[in-house]
Every structure is written in C-alpha cells, then in structure tokens.
Design a protein around this ligand. Structure first.
Ligand code: ADP
Ligand code: ZN
Ligand code: ZN
Length: 732
C-alpha cells in the first residue's frame, strides 16, 4: 500500500501519512500542494514523499482529498533547503514550508499569470490639469510618463507606498488603467546597460574573481560605503544574466533602498521581480511564480526572498550582510544570509556577501579560508573618507543633548549651505521622567522599563509594550510639581535645534513621524531634494542613503551602544558608527563625523577611530575567542515566559536537567548555562527567563538539539509557559 507523506502547516515535527487521493498519479509528488483533512477541518499541505506502508493502523489512515498542483510547486533544491532549515532551526517542517510560500499559494490559491501594470489614460499623457491639486498623483503621472506611460504595479508601490492610494484614486476617475501583462521572458530581454562607469582596478578585480568562480564559492565584498560595491554586484549580475542565469539579490530593507532598486532596474533591464512582505499578496505570489518559471532574471527582495525558487540560478548577492534585519527574530527564526550561503552550495553557484562593516562571523570565515575576501579600499571619485572625532561631554553643559562644540560645528556646516544629520537611537522627548523633590521615576507597570516622555502627544509611553499614560502634572509620589524629563530623545533634539537654528528647515525621521504609509519615502525624498538642511533620525536614517549635500554626521550618544548587555553590542556600535560615517561627504565636500561620549578612553572607540573597522574587528575577534563566544562557539537559546514569575524556571530547569542527563549519557560537549532572567525580566506583564546552550562545535550542538529539542514540549511545566528555541540567536 502506497502512502503519501505530507507536511501540514501545524506545529508538528513529523510529516503526516495519508492515503493518496483518488485522482492523479504518484509520479513527481515531492513539492506538490495537496488538500488534506486534518482533525475536524481541512488544510493545504505539501507532499514530501511516497512510501510503502505506514505505522498507523490502516483503519485510522485518512485519504488526501485532491492535488492542488499538477506538477511540483517547490523544486527539489527548495525542498531540500527548507527541510534542512527545519532541522537546523528546530522548527516544524510544515510551518517552515508555509512561511516560505507567499500567502495566496500557502492557502492553496491559484494565481492568474502575468503581472498587473498601470497605464496612463490618453487624457493624462499630455495634460496634467487633472492632477494639479494632488501632488502624489502628479508624481505618479511623472513616473509613468518617464517609463513611457506604463509600469509594473509591484515596482511602483515598492518605490513609493503612497502611490498605491494615489493610483487607486486615478483609476476611480478613469485616468489610469489596470492591465495584465505576461512577464517579459528573461531570455528575450538583454540587460539595458545605461552608460556604466569604467571600473576601478579593485572593482575590476572583484568582478573578475566572481565571474571566474566555477560552482559554489563565497565571496566577502568588503568595501567602505561609496566604494562601488553596488557597481560590482551589477557587473557580476550582468554576466550571470548574459549566460541565461538567474540572480537572487537580498537586502535588509527595501523601503530604504528605492535608489538601489531603480539603479538595478536601469542597468539590468525589466526582467527584475521584487519580493518583500510589504507587497500586496497577489503581487508577491506573481513575483514568486515568475521566479519559479524563470520568467525573470533577477529576484530582488528582503529576507523572506531567500526562499524564492531559482530554477536557473547563477549568482546570489546579499547586501549589508552584517545587518540583523536579515535575521527573522520570531516564529520561524532563521538567518537569511546563512540560508543564502546554504542555497548557493546546493545550487552550485557563487555568492557575494557585501558590507562596509562585515559581521565577525564572515570575517572569521575569511580568516579560516572558507570565504574569499574582495576588498574595495577606496571611495569612488573624489570623495574622501570623512574625519571622525570624539567630543568628550563629561562636565559639559548640554542643550537638548547637544554640547557646545557640536553646536558650533552644526552652525559651520549649515552656514556653508550644507546638510547635517544627527543620529540618536531614541525616539520621544526624554527617556526618563523623574521628580526633583523625591526621586520618583515613571515606570511601566507591565515591564522592567522606564516610560519615555512624548511631550507633543502629552503622554508617557513604554517602548516595549506600547502602554501609554497621560503626563502627570504633579509627582504621583510626593505631590510636588517638580517633574523633570531627563536625557534627550529625537523630539527634544528637534526642539533644541529649532531654537538654535530657526532659519533652517528641519526633518525628523523616526517611527513616530513615519507611521503613515508612504511617509518614510516622502521624508527621504524631501531630504534628497535638499528641502531640509537639518536631519534628525534614529537608526532608520543610518542606512543606504546617498545625500550628496550631507557633510556633517553627529552621533549624539555613543555610550548607548558601549555598555549593552548583549555580547554583540560592541560589534553593533562599531558597525553603526562606520555606517553613519559613510553618510557624510559622499559629494565633493569633505565629510566630518562627531561622536559625543562620556567615555572617550573606551578601547573600542580608540581602536575604531585610530585604526578603522578592520582593526577593531580583529581585536574584537580575539576577545570573542578568549571568551568562547561566537563565531568560536555555537549558541542556542531556550526562552520561556509566563505571568507567574516561577513558571519559566520550572520549565527551564526541567529542560536543563533533561539536557544534563543527555550529556551524561553521551559526550556532546554542550554546556547548559542557566536558567537566568532575561535581560528585561518582566515585559508586558510576563516574567521571562532563558537557558543558554553553548558548544565549541556546531555539529555537536546540532546532534544534541536533535535529541533534546523533540522532548521539550512534553517536559514538566512546558504547558504553563510560552517557550521558543532560537538557534544562532542574534539577540541574547
Ligand atoms: P557602495 O555600494 O559601495 O556604497 P556604489 O556602487 O553605490 O557604492 O558607488 C558609489 C557611487 O560611485 C555611485 O554613485 C556610483 O554610481 C559611483 N561609482 C561606482 N563605481 C564607479 C566607478 N568605477 N567610476 C565612477 N563612479 C563610480
Ligand atoms: Zn516626588
Ligand atoms: Zn511596558
């Protein structure tokens, strides 16, 4: 009796056995979607195999209902990759498979082929009167005119989310038409090279090495911001496309990279599909299917695009490979960068990891010879690397967080007609509200955290659980009226700057000012046009923008990153400093970077400033080696939380005991550390604790997890907590 093995989207580590459906053959079943009964309902699963007989008594076996696909939706390589990921990250295979699929396909839907385009009505072609009063609609019209009157819907809403609404309005008025076009076949479409620059020597060498790779090889493209990494990606991609191959291009955030998107499309032609989670469902499914049918040569997307099918793969690129946004941090936790490397191996193609501040993991892989380094040591053109200086703010008076030397520097650059950017990773007005009389501090009732003052909104908010309370007018502790907001947030910075430099325009970019859809893009565009001279932002502003008029970047509070609890905090800070510094002086004027700190002697800052990121990384790698931390050890983290403070410990101790008994039986060489309280013990009213697993050998840790993890759900106390297992955690 032949039995189908099906992965269903439920938290089950096993595949389920079904009798085959009445229709269809059993050839080529792996990767096909199938509708099956499950409990009292039905679901769509993915067939993963056929076998002879089952351990389940035949009267209890149920029959699958019908095939959704006539041929596999997922090819063999993708099934292999996803199966590996499920095992490595200890996440149920059915849920891994369904998170790899766009929603429509996951639910068993079929998608009409071809993509939606928007085409301008005749009436709008020569005459803009109809959109005179609507700037967004006018923008969209301009964009469509530039593209010859029509463009792909998915591209438009990726470039500017606000165009979605503007376009719908135009459609309603009959000024814009929606039509379906079949994707241009990748083989008919040679790249539309628009006057590429002559490569510098270092770029040329990098491109040649990538193009000379036969089969799997990992390159680390290590080049400062503005050194021409993107140009190298594009050249290598061109060669792959010319050979009739597909390119997967991953980046941490697409909303922040409209310029990159446009550049890639200009150079690589229309055969580019974008794939990210902000896209409407159907567009995602279409992009995914276009990749699967090799209708597109380039798939460009964020971390989940690492699961795009690539039947004709030729090259994989991961930009900003150090960025934590490439790691999914809840549900199915995975590193898109690491999975991209795995796929390159399975697909037998080269992969380029690029960054101005490579992760310590990748640098260590270069040192051990697993990755090949391609260095771009210089900025292109005349732009020089900016000078970085520290401002010691101990015993200096601050105004809204700004020291006098920083204020003077701001004035100098502004008077010269240039742009300045201030970076502070803390939104709101002030991170602390305290009473001058009794020392009372505003705290969240549900988290171990202080409330942030949001003055304009008139409230205090917890940035961890979202709780909000009105600002008190007198101290709840002693009744005095002497409440004091302490420390700067972006809102306070804005206030201070408006007072100091009233003659210049100011633009704040943080989560509070960019909540509305399209607002982030609009503000970035305004920054580009030079509409504002003073830019203030959180880390949102640190990435990927080329602002030619920007000459001064200031990090208002470096110390935030120097003393984090996470062992990766220093690496993150160094990356941040180098990345924000990369924003300054990309045009003709030299850049200047100022860092405010109370710890100017900190060895990390010293090394970073005197010898650069490479030297910092080398030094820090030595520290990690001495401490037995990644990349010299592998970690996994078992987290648990519950309303009852004791419950996480009951479960984690059971897990630790079970682990200890396993290691006694067999020499895994895995250390169990804890349980200990999580860095923020109470959050949203729940107590949190964690158990760390450490091993010098990734292989042994995996072997251990294989035996250990499957029994966790059955342990004492497991049902009284919410728990999750994080393999290679980026946040400890
Ligand atoms: P990165 O990705 O490292 O930040 P880019 O590839 O974006 O660097 O290059 C920075 C700028 O220099 C871009 O405006 C790009 O067009 C330009 N550029 C890149 N390579 C060259 C080159 N060989 N000659 C002249 N300009 C170049
Ligand atoms: Zn008080
Ligand atoms: Zn809270």
């Amino acid at each position: 009796m032949l039995i189908l093995e099906v992965a269903v989207p439920r938290p089950l580590h096993e595949r389920l056995d079904y009798l085959p459906p009445a229709d269809g053959t059993l050839d080529n079943v792996v990767g096909r979607r199938i509708r099956v009964p499950l409990g009292k309902s039905k679901t769509v699963g993915v067939a993963l195999g056929v076998k002879e007989g089952s351990n389940i008594p035949s009267q209890r076996l149920r029959q699958a209902e019908e095939w959704v696909d006539n041929e596999p939706l997922l090819d063999a390589e993708l099934v292999k990759t996803l199966t590996w990921a499920s095992q490595y990250y200890r996440y149920p295979i059915g849920e891994v498979l369904s998170s790899a699929l766009p929603g429509v396909l996951r639910r068993g839907g079929k998608v009409q082929r071809g993509e939606v385009w928007w085409r301008l009505d005749e009436q709008l072609l020569g005459d803009a009167t109809a959109v005179r009063r609507a700037p967004r609609q006018a923008e969209l019209r301009e964009r469509l005119l530039a593209a010859g009157g029509a463009a792909r819907y998915a591209d438009l809403v990726t470039e500017c989310a606000a165009w979605q609404r503007a376009g719908r309005e135009l459609e309603r008025r009959g000024l814009l038409h929606r039509e379906r076009r079949r994707t241009s076949n990748m083989h008919e479409q040679p790249p539309a090279s628009s006057a590429p620059p002559t490569l510098l020597d270092a770029q040329l060498q990098a491109v040649e090495q990538i193009n000379a790779a036969r089969g799997f090889q990992v390159f680390l493209l290590d080049g400062v911001t503005g050194s021409g990494k993107t140009e190298v990606y594009i050249r290598a991609a061109e060669q792959a496309i010319n050979n009739g191959r597909q390119v997967l291009f991953l980046m941490p955030e697409i909303g922040l990279a409209p310029q990159l998107l446009r550049r890639v499309k200009e150079r690589l032609g229309d055969s580019v599909a974008v794939l990210h989670s902000d896209l409407p469902d159907v567009e995602r499914a279409q992009a995914w299917l276009a990749a699967r049918d090799a209708d597109v040569a380039v798939v460009l997307g964020t971390r989940s695009a690492v699961f795009a099918p690539l039947p004709r793969a030729g090259l994989i690129i991961v930009d900003e490979e150090h960025d934590p946004a490439l790691t999914q941090q809840d549900g199915f936790r995975y590193s898109a960068r690491d999975l991209a490397v795995l796929r390159a191996r399975y697909l037998g193609v080269p992969i380029v990891l690029g960054s101005a501040t490579p992760s310590l993991e990748s640098l260590n892989n270069v040192a051990s010879g697993r990755y090949r380094q391609l260095a771009l040591p210089q900025r292109t053109g005349s732009a020089k690397s900016p000078s970085i200086q520290v401002i010691d703010i101990r015993s200096r008076p601050l105004k809204g967080g700004l020291s006098a030397p920083l204020q003077q520097a701001l004035g100098r650059h502004l008077e010269a007609g240039q742009q300045v950017m201030l970076f502070l990773n803390r939104r709101g007005y002030a991170p602390v509200l305290t009473c001058h009389a009794c020392g009372w501090i505003a705290e969240c009732q549900r988290c171990d955290a202080r409330l942030t003052v949001h003055r304009r909104a008139g409230n205090m908010r917890c940035h961890h659980c979202g709780a909000s309370r009105p600002l008190p007018s007198v101290c709840p502790g002693c009744g005095a009226g002497d409440l004091l907001p302490l420390g700067p947030g972006t809102e306070r910075l804005e206030e201070a700057l408006a007072e100091l430099f009233p003659q210049y325009n100011l633009l704040r970019i943080d989560r509070d000012t960019t909540r509305r859809r399209g607002e982030l893009e609009a503000r970035l565009a305004a920054a580009h046009r030079g509409d504002a001279q003073l830019l203030i932002g959180t880390q949102m502003l640190a990435k990927g923008h080329h602002l030619p008029g920007l000459t001064l970047v200031a990090v208002v509070d470096v110390d935030q990153g120097l003393f984090g609890t996470d062992f990766r905090a220093t690496e993150r800070l160094a990356q941040l400093v180098v990345q924000v510094a990369g924003r300054a002086g990309r045009g003709d004027n030299p850049g200047e970077v100022l860092l405010q700190t109370r710890h100017p002697e900190h060895p990390l800052l010293q090394t970073l400033l005197e010898s650069g990121y490479g030297a910092f990384a080398a030094e820090h790698l030595n520290e990690r080696r001495a401490a037995g931390l990644p990349p010299f050890a592998s970690l996994a983290l078992l987290r648990a939380e519950a309303v009852d403070a004791n419950a996480p410990y009951v479960f984690l101790e059971a897990a630790a005991d079970w682990g200890a008994s396993l290691t006694r039986r067999q020499q895994y060489g895995v250390e169990l550390l804890g349980p200990v309280p999580a860095p923020m013990e109470r959050r949203e009213g729940r107590y949190r604790a964690q158990l760390m697993l450490r091993s010098e050998s990734r292989y042994m840790l995996q072997a251990f997890l294989g035996d250990w993890a499957i029994k966790l759900a059955g342990l004492n106390g497991a049902r009284k907590v919410r728990w999750s297992l994080d393999v290679d955690p980026v946040d400890t």
